[in-house]
Design a protein around this ligand. Structure first.
Ligand SMILES: Cc1cc2nc3c(=O)[nH]c(=O)nc-3n(C[C@H](O)[C@H](O)[C@H](O)COP(=O)(O)O)c2cc1C
Length: 673
């Protein structure tokens, strides 16, 4: 249908149900546009600024009306807009001409994480089918470099360093103290083991792979007296100098006297500097999964029992702690004393103490709005009980309470009540209770904490992260050694694993892959593989009549044949966004999990990394090479697996190519800058 000549009466009034209203300053920090709010379309990843400062912007009022279930109300609202304005609504995807062109809002998208997931679904990456992809990538990195240098490879903290003992991976024996064992876990999961040769920058190598060799995963430990010679407290692991630096503001609560809690964090700036898109939060979490699995395997190797648990409660809301964002944790204890399951964390973000008496309030940086049933609904990503429909007056008040660059807007409660007569004291209280407004002291801390994420466009990821941590369901997951590769075999694998992008043309024997997968997966407890499917295709050049598809049967613990179409190398290349080396190996292994709502999102993605790391190490032990990427085109995956589209929307994939490797010195393939 051509929409350019439609009359007001014929206009579609269907509002895109996915729309979000976000703060312009946080969505595009360098924007100097005239509006404080931007309507963001997660499906197209485009934002339109809602013009109008101290009033209800026309676009916000219109979208609210169009979200009504009352067709007459919608028709009346749309009839008021000019033809060019209507056309821009259509072009931008704010309204849609045909119901069928707009996927409905699924229940998982009610929460922010769901909308974030829709935003990164079927993501448009760099096109590796483009023969000039490398030159274009280099050019882009040069542009970034002109603006700012990439962040350093190591994260250091201010404070006195307590050196840790050096413990060789081969020296695991009974006589080691707990401090020595923990020191080994830190060193061999988070420390550097070499550098990637070539390239304009120093890239580190670790026992785990990392997207773009950024290695954002760091860690700190918390103990309550278990480590001899080190006072109870929280300590940053300085991986460059192999030592600990006290983190005085992290709360030490709920830690058993014989337990050492190792918390894995992501230094967001490292991947974000290179990957300025909302999707790249995903590989950052997968990276944590790899490192976490390595840490639990090293812990087992050194006679420690490990339990994977969520992050502890009480993280101070500071720029430092958001720059080094908590993702997951391991609870370690001597193996004759399995770590106790700690109590579920309470409040994730700890407020700074607020002694200010001025009663000023500021709109939270974690607030976003949705349009629903004719209402504008405010929500905070910070908590479950956070939703509140707001009146136009309350919205204008929330706009007024945004932090101002000149700090010239008065936002004390008394002033607000006087100047916004449509908002009552009860309304104000409710806005505060739901964390939509916060005290000025807390808000200052919270806004400065957003900067490490928003400076290169990771605001969507930040909101998903904050909500994901706040709503995370509590699961303690026991860890397990590999079935075969233990002792010196594990040591060799950890030290020799590297990403392989060049494979020999020899076909991979199904038995060889089956044995490697059994090594990786047979010992995994159910809780550690929750909802994860493992699909395999053995690669061949041409299409054949019979299927080359298999899956890992968790119950029988072996690869099993599956019906389906024959998948050839060209299909695999399409699946992995055109990366040629993804299709070069003898087999393609596709891990699939489901997003699991806000409660399970962070854990679902880190789980892919954990299982991926086990496959990397088991395949390395079997003399096979592995390439890994989460850059998978979901519609292609659905097509190759023969799944219907509706089931696919909530799927998250991690792709591994496994085959006989030909390692070439300096082969760093896609890694650039
Ligand atoms: C989550 C994740 C995503 C990755 N994505 C890609 C990718 O898309 N393309 C690629 O060539 N390598 C990818 N890699 C491999 C990294 O580039 C590689 O791990 C890094 O350069 C360090 O080299 P190493 O694994 O040999 O130590 C990825 C690795 C991880 C863990």
């Amino acid at each position: 249908m051509n929409n350019s000549n439609v009359t007001a009466g014929e206009r579609s009034t269907l509002l895109n149900p996915h729309l979000l209203l976000l703060q312009t300053k946080l969505t595009s920090p360098n924007s100097h546009s005239g509006g404080r709010w931007a309507v963001f379309n997660p499906l197209s990843r485009k934002a339109a600024v809602a013009v109008g400062k101290d009033c209800m912007p026309k676009l916000v009022a219109l979208a609210t009306e169009l979200s009504s279930s009352d067709a007459e109300r919608r028709r009346h609202a749309i009839a008021q807009v000019s033809q060019p304005y209507y056309q821009s609504l259509l072009d931008f995807g704010i309204v849609t001409a045909h119901e069928t062109t707009m996927p409905p809002l699924r229940s998982s998208e009610r929460r922010f994480v769901g909308r974030y997931h829709a935003c990164v679904h079927n993501f448009d990456w760099f096109d590796y089918f483009d023969p000039e992809w490398r030159q274009k990538d280099d050019y882009r990195m040069q542009q970034y470099q002109r603006q700012s240098s990439p962040p350093p490879n190591f994260t250091s903290m201010e404070g006195e360093l307590t050196a840790l003992p050096d413990v060789d991976l081969t020296s695991a024996d009974e006589s080691l103290t707990l401090l020595h064992r923990v020191s080994a876990v830190l060193r061999w999961s988070l420390g550097p083991i070499g550098t990637v040769p070539g390239g304009p920058y120093l890239w580190l190598r670790r026992t785990s792979p990392s997207g773009g060799a950024r290695h954002p995963t760091d860690g700190y430990l918390v103990h309550n007296g278990a480590l001899e010679g080190i006072a109870a407290g929280a300590y940053w692991y300085d991986s460059k100098r192999h030592g600990l630096v006290l983190l005085p503001d992290v709360r030490v609560s709920g830690i058993q006297p014989d337990e050492v809690r190792l918390v894995f964090t992501s230094h967001v700036a490292r991947p974000m500097w290179r990957y300025r898109d909302p999707w790249s939060y995903r590989p950052m979490l997968i990276d944590v999964g790899h490192v976490m699995e390595t840490a639990s395997l090293v812990a087992d190797h050194f006679g420690l029992a490990a339990l994977a648990i969520p992050t502890p409660e009480g993280m101070p809301i500071t720029k430092h702690h958001m720059a080094n964002a908590d993702v997951a944790a391991l609870s370690l204890a001597a193996s004759n004393r399995r770590p106790q399951v700690p109590p579920p964390p309470g409040e994730y973000m700890q407020s700074p103490s607020d002694t200010s008496m001025d009663g000023a309030v500021i709109t939270s940086p974690f607030v976003y709005f949705v349009f629903r049933d004719g209402e504008l609904v405010a929500r905070s990503a910070e908590g479950a009980e956070s939703e509140l429909p707001v009146s136009p007056d309350a919205f204008v008040l929330l706009s007024h309470c945004l932090p101002s660059t000149r700090d010239d807007r008065i936002t004390t409660r008394n002033h607000l009540l006087e100047h916004f007569p449509g908002v009552s004291a009860g309304d104000l209280e409710e806005l505060e209770r739901r964390r939509i407004l916060m005290s000025r002291v807390r808000a200052h801390a919270a806004y400065s904490a957003t900067w490490p994420w928003v400076q290169h466009g990771w605001y969507m990821s930040l909101l998903a992260h904050v909500e994901g941590l706040g709503l995370r369901a509590y699961h303690a997951v026991t860890t397990a050694p590999l079935a075969q590769t233990t002792g010196s075999g594990l040591v060799r694998s950890l030290l020799s694993r590297r990403t392989c992008r060049t494979y020999s043309p020899h076909p991979l024997e199904p038995d060889a892959l089956n044995a490697a997968l059994q090594d990786a997966l047979a010992t995994l407890p159910e809780s550690a593989r929750l909802d994860t499917d493992v699909y395999v295709w053995f690669n061949a050049e041409a299409r054949r009549a019979e299927s080359n598809a298999f899956f890992y049967d968790w119950r029988a613990n072996r690869l099993a044949y599956r019906e389906g179409r024959h998948v050839c190398r060209a299909d695999i290349r399409r699946l992995a966004i055109g990366q040629l080396w993804a299709a070069a190996a003898g087999s393609a292994v596709l891990l699939r999990t489901r997003m699991g709502g806000a409660e399970g999102y962070i854990d679902a993605i880190t789980r892919l990394g954990r299982i991926g790391q086990r496959i990397c190490l088991a395949a390395t032990a079997a003399g096979l090479g592995v390439f890994e990427t989460p850059a998978v085109k979901e519609p292609v995956a659905a097509e190759l697996l023969g799944h219907s589209d509706s089931a696919v929307d909530s799927d998250i994939y991690y792709f591994l190519a496994v085959g006989h490797s030909v390692q070439i010195a300096g082969d760093f393939g896609a890694v650039s800058a």
